[in-house]
Design a protein around this ligand. Structure first.
Ligand code: PMP
Length: 349
């Protein structure tokens, strides 16, 4: 395995981290005349938002490190995990030269970020049962393939990927493996986080947008050994997580059991929803889910999608996505929301 420093774009290796205005003072009290802030307060608010936030989010990382069993220097926080995905592509892929490898059907942002950064995309579809085609992936890798994206549980299929396959790719791929665990709180036993220390080129992505219920705040996590995390910190915008966001995330971390209770309720609702969907004659297959959504194959999926929209029930149409023909992706809602969906579907039938 190549050291990650050899995989990095050389100009990034040479960069120094941005030094923010308050780097040389670690206290919280003082006369702060260094950052051109407004000393009088915040317009329209009695709260003080006039000071810049901690660029490295120390308080959150201390708490998160404890919860996740990692070191604070193994954590990067981004403006959504989408920011981490974008920064990783920028760090490791040379535009018009390098490639990422993705396994469709999968999360769309890998492709979007690669395109924005003018980085090539190699696509090796999952097998018909939504698992990794390991031999095909290995055959498709070229010296330009710098990042391999593995999404588990995978979006939009919902299933966790076979750990043996992930292991083989981790053991054989020379580049960076990004393992996207956005939905990991719904099947925590499948996480690779505890194995981070064995894989210097592994980056694990998680998010506060799903189980933690903080999608509106935009906070994602990347976990890796200290080296790659230091690189992300070098190239991130200095104040990428706002003051309000940092306060709310910290508070959430102190209420982890609430997250666990919500996950349990969503998993419970997923079972009921799947059982109810199964009774409709037009439903052909409900794919195995390890996440908070169901991929459902049905007759006339596109017509049902449109009909639901007309009835103010919005699901995701995946009918035209590779290996997902005739499928809708349905997030698990509250019991009341799921009942509305089921009632509308009963009227369709
Ligand atoms: N990864 C996967 C697999 C996702 O489905 C999503 C959101 N839909 C994300 C990452 C991004 O999450 P966020 O940017 O909200 O952290």
């Amino acid at each position: 395995m190549k050291p990650f420093t050899e995989l990095l774009q050389p100009h990034i290796l040479a960069l120094a981290p941005y030094s923010s205005a308050r780097d040389e003072y670690t206290g919280s009290e003082g006369v702060f005349l260094d950052a051109n802030e407004n000393p009088l307060g915040s317009v329209g608010s009695s709260q003080n938002y006039n000071r810049y936030p901690d660029p490295y989010q120390h308080a959150i990382k201390t708490e998160l490190a404890r919860i996740k069993g990692v070191n604070p220097n193994q954590i990067f926080l981004g403006n959504g995990s989408d920011e981490a995905i974008d920064l990783l592509i920028r760090a490791f892929c040379k535009p018009s030269h390098d490639q990422i490898l993705i396994m469709p059907p999968t999360y769309g942002m890998y492709e979007v970020s690669a395109n924005i950064n003018n980085v090539g995309i190699v696509r090796v579809p999952l097998t018909a049962d939504y698992q990794i085609d390991v031999a095909a992936v290995q055959a498709a890798i070229t010296p330009q393939t710098k990042i391999l994206f593995i999404c588990s549980p995978n979006n939009p299929t919902g299933n966790a990927l076979n750990p043996q396959h992930i292991q083989t790719l981790l053991d054989t791929f020379e580049g960076i493996v990004i393992l996207d665990e956005a939905y990991i709180d719904f099947c925590p036993e499948t996480s690779w986080l505890s194995k981070l220390d064995s894989y210097p080129n592994l980056v694990i992505i998680q998010t506060f947008s799903k189980a933690w219920g903080l999608a509106g705040l935009r906070v994602g996590m990347a976990f890796a050994q200290a080296g790659p995390i230091a690189v992300l910190n070098k190239i991130k915008p200095p104040y990428n997580i706002s003051l309000v966001t940092q306060q709310i995330v910290l508070e959430s971390l102190l209420h982890e059991s609430e997250k666990d209770a919500m996950v349990a309720e969503i998993l419970h609702q997923r079972v009921s929803l799947a059982a109810a969907l199964e009774t409709f004659s037009f439903v052909q297959k409900i794919h195995v889910s390890d996440a908070n959504f169901l991929l459902v194959q049905m007759l006339n999926a596109k017509q049902i999608f449109d009909y639901l929209i007309d009835n103010q029930v919005i699901v995701r149409n995946r009918a035209n996505v590779i290996l997902c023909s005739d499928c809708l992706r349905i997030s698990v809602g509250t019991q009341a929301e799921n009942e509305v969906l089921l009632q509308k579907l009963a009227m369709w039938e």
